[in-house]
Write a protein that binds this ligand. Structure first.
Ligand code: ADP
Ligand code: AMP
Length: 246
């Protein structure tokens, strides 16, 4: 019940809470929010309503790869060999795809990254590319035990990528996305064996980014993501509301 109330709060905060609005008139630079955290931390869950709240696009490298895979592009075929093993896709493949995405006109005022950067070298390449942006990095902290429970219960929409949880956030109709009515499935890489590998990869290759961004002045915001979705989203809104670099 507590979690259900939490999901309703996310919706309520997005629709009603003006006090968290970002004053665009004081920010002339593009606003870039990086949602970081291990698989299952809640990046996708919060990126979608945050994008609606800030009116900037949500860019998930995982979703972009899954789109390429579903329409069987050469990039998709290449990425799949790594994704199926729980490994990271090589930087050059990720960066080409990502930089093409952020060159599109809808990214002019900024965007929310979910799942990028995942290595220090990706972060460095990003910095060179967007040197004049206002960047905020939000790290979603969750214990390993909770991550396994979240990922093993995750259901993903085939069409729009929205995630649900069998126990914490079930769809209205079993097996069907509330938004686009397409089919929900369990991602192959969410199965136990691959998940283990993804968590290892997170610890060795992605977690060092916390220290990397921690050394940059006023960039990193740490959030307790074990709370209910509504409570976490409230903290996320606080984190983006006061851009200290402005
Ligand atoms: P990520 O994008 O970081 O891999 P997701 O946003 O897809 O993670 O969330 C993973 C799973 O956990 C989903 O099934 C989602 O519904 C659920 N979830 C996310 N945040 C919470 C939360 N605060 N409490 C309970 N379940 C959550
Ligand atoms: P996600 O949807 O974020 O959980 O990503 C699913 C998979 O896509 C990951 O396990 C990686 O194999 C791949 N992937 C997504 N983003 C990146 C990235 N920035 N760098 C390398 N691989 C990535």
């Amino acid at each position: 019940m507590r979690v259900l109330i939490g999901w309703m709060c996310i919706l309520g905060v997005v629709m009603t809470n003006e006090s968290f609005s970002l004053n665009r008139s004081v920010i002339e630079k593009p606003f870039v929010v990086i949602l970081m955290g291990p698989p299952g931390a809640g990046k996708g869950t919060h990126a979608k309503p945050l994008a609606a709240h800030l009116s900037i696009p949500h860019i998930s490298t995982g979703d972009l790869f899954r789109e390429h895979i579903s329409i069987q592009t050469p990039l998709g075929r290449k990425a799949k060999t790594y994704i199926d093993q729980g490994k990271l896709v090589p930087d050059e493949v990720v960066l080409d795809m990502l930089f093409a995405r952020i060159s599109l006109p809808d990214c002019k005022h900024g965007y929310i990254f979910d799942g990028f950067p995942r290595t220090v070298s990706q972060a460095q390449a990003l910095e060179k590319r967007i040197h004049n942006a206002l960047v905020i990095v939000i790290n979603l902290n969750v214990s390993d035990a909770l991550l396994v429970e979240r990922i093993s219960g995750r259901l993903t929409c085939k069409k729009c990528g929205k995630s649900y949880h069998k126990k914490y956030d079930p769809p209205l109709l079993t097996g069907q996305c509330d938004v686009c009515k397409d089919v929900l499935y369990q991602r192959d890489d969410d199965k136990e064996e691959i998940l283990k590998k993804r968590l290892e990869v997170y610890r060795s290759q992605t977690r060092p980014l916390i220290e990397y961004y921690g050394h940059q002045k006023d960039v990193l915001r740490e959030i307790d993501a074990t709370l209910t979705p509504g409570e976490v989203f409230h903290l996320v809104l606080h984190a983006v509301a006061v851009p200290a670099q402005v």
